[in-house]
Design a protein around this ligand. Structure first.
Ligand code: CO
Length: 143
């Protein structure tokens, strides 16, 4: 009778341990699956960046590494934008022929030289560098 009890208890312990191990493994699986889902949903739920506030007054653009930085600007009417070349190579700032608004027409700017333009009209100004037409930029002027 005692032997039977010991066997029964042993079987119960083996089942309990086995079930416990199984539960832990299952929990791990669920945990992995959940964290994967959480990661995906948090990525897809990230809010889109808010549209940039329009700057005003004097706004600086650096010409560096064959790029206008920042490449895109949003400024209020009346703002003065100054481009300064920091490359050893000369660049300029010239309105695209198909730009909705035009008027940008700098000389070639050597290193350290600047060009300023006062935006008195609302609209979109697209421009480029004549020696390097792949260098492009945009100024959006708002009220
Ligand atoms: Co250039």
């Amino acid at each position: 009778m005692k032997k039977v009890l010991i066997i029964l208890v042993s079987v119960a312990v083996v089942i309990a341990v086995g079930f416990g191990v199984y539960s832990v493994v299952k929990d791990d699986d669920n945990h992995d699956a959940n964290s994967g889902n959480n990661h995906q949903s948090s990525t897809s739920q990230e809010p889109a960046p808010a549209p940039a506030e329009a700057q005003s007054g004097e706004v600086a653009v650096t010409i560096s590494d064959f790029k206008y930085q920042p490449q895109t600007l949003k400024v209020k009417k009346g703002s003065i934008v100054t481009w300064t070349n920091q490359d050893d190579v000369a660049h300029d700032v010239v309105s695209d022929s198909d730009s909705p608004k035009r008027g940008l027409a700098s000389e070639l700017l050597s290193k350290g030289e600047s060009y300023s333009f006062t935006f008195t009209e609302v609209g979109t100004y697209t421009y480029h560098c004549r020696p390097h037409p792949y260098m492009t930029g945009t100024v959006e002027v708002v009220e």
